[in-house]
Design a binder for this molecule. Structure first.
Ligand SMILES: Cc1cn([C@H]2C[C@H](O)[C@@H](COP(=O)(O)OP(=O)(O)O[C@H]3O[C@@H](C)C(=O)[C@@H](O)[C@H]3O)O2)c(=O)[nH]c1=O
Length: 181
């Protein structure tokens, strides 16, 4: 487990047990992640498939009090994952951090509440697995546009295939002071 440039955003690498049949990987262990999860529990597990290279999903979060910790990993293909810190008072407020996640590197990102998440597909037919500590709550959904000038995210490829919802996310205004419980 290692820290990243965003306070509380953790990267967890896990090894595969390989033998002649193939590989075995533990995707989630409550004991191992207890230092990060605390009293939280995983209440929902989601999966997405994104077909086209360059497609972007995000940037998404849930507002407090429905904010959630999100554990994300790529289970097929390869994606460029980005997390933006929107937490009021955070030492990394409005900073973004990106990691390449792939089925091969098996890397897990543990994203704290109050951060927005998105990704760009680097290999066609990429699939993501998400573990959530809060239920999906459409009324609490928030979004920031992927090309917000205040964030200046350096997407590795030209952006395509944004959903209708993702095309409508606002930019952060100059008076945005951050999300707080
Ligand atoms: C996120 C979500 C969506 N849905 C529904 C709403 C909609 O009809 C359909 C597709 O939803 P979206 O367009 O929001 O899917 P998508 O744009 O893939 O949303 C995801 O983006 C990435 C970046 C994340 O971090 C995820 O947590 C999630 O927000 O699925 C659920 O039923 N449960 C859920 O938990």
């Amino acid at each position: 487990m290692s820290a990243t440039s965003i306070d509380g955003l953790m990267r967890v690498d896990c090894d595969a047990h390989r033998d002649v049949r193939g590989a075995f990987t533990r995707l989630f262990c409550a004991d191992e992640l207890a230092p990060l999860l605390g009293e939280r529990r995983i209440v929902q597990i989601n999966q997405s498939l994104t077909r086209q290279v360059g497609a972007v999903r995000g940037l998404h979060f849930q507002h407090f009090p429905r904010a959630e910790m999100k554990l994300v990993r790529c289970i097929r293909g390869r994606i460029w994952d980005v997390v933006v810190d929107l937490r009021r008072g955070s030492s990394s407020f409005l900073c973004w951090h990106a990691e390449t996640l792939s089925a091969e590197n098996r890397r897990l990102l543990v994203i704290p509440e109050g951060c927005a998440h998105g990704f760009q597909v680097l290999e066609e037919d990429s699939e993501m697995l998400y573990l959530h500590t809060e239920f999906y709550c459409p009324d609490a959904e928030g979004g920031v546009c992927h090309d917000d000038p205040a964030l200046a995210i350096e997407w590795p490829l030209p952006v395509r295939d944004l959903s209708a919802r993702d095309r409508k996310h606002p930019s952060l205004t100059s008076d945005f002071i951050g999300l707080a419980p």
